[in-house]
Design a protein around this ligand. Structure first.
Ligand SMILES: [Zn+2]
Length: 93
């Protein structure tokens, strides 16, 4: 089994060579960890990567390591019926 894990210090995926976390790695992590654990794990990786890749802009780092954790399948499947915007849209006809 080829694991999609980041190769340090380049932070490219050991399996597919894409910048880690690649899509398969994100899916696997999101499936394995809860939203909170996922965010903590992402932070830990961001901090390590910041040390390994000092030339990478902070914004790029944030998008790559952290931003995606907010759009996990678990987050998307959360009930949004009570969300003000969703309610407003659904009642408008
Ligand atoms: Zn990969």
């Amino acid at each position: 089994m080829s694991e999609h894990v980041g190769e340090r210090p380049s932070w490219d995926c050991r399996s597919c060579g894409m910048p880690w976390p690649c899509d398969p790695a994100r899916e696997a992590l999101a499936a394995e960890l809860g939203p909170i654990q996922l965010a903590m794990y992402a932070w830990a990786n961001l901090e390590q990567a910041a040390g390994d890749l000092p030339g990478m802009p902070v914004g790029e780092m944030f998008d790559r390591f952290l931003a995606w954790t907010r759009a996990t399948p678990a987050a998307r499947s959360m009930p949004d019926a009570g969300h003000p915007v969703a309610r407003r849209v659904s009642t408008r006809s």
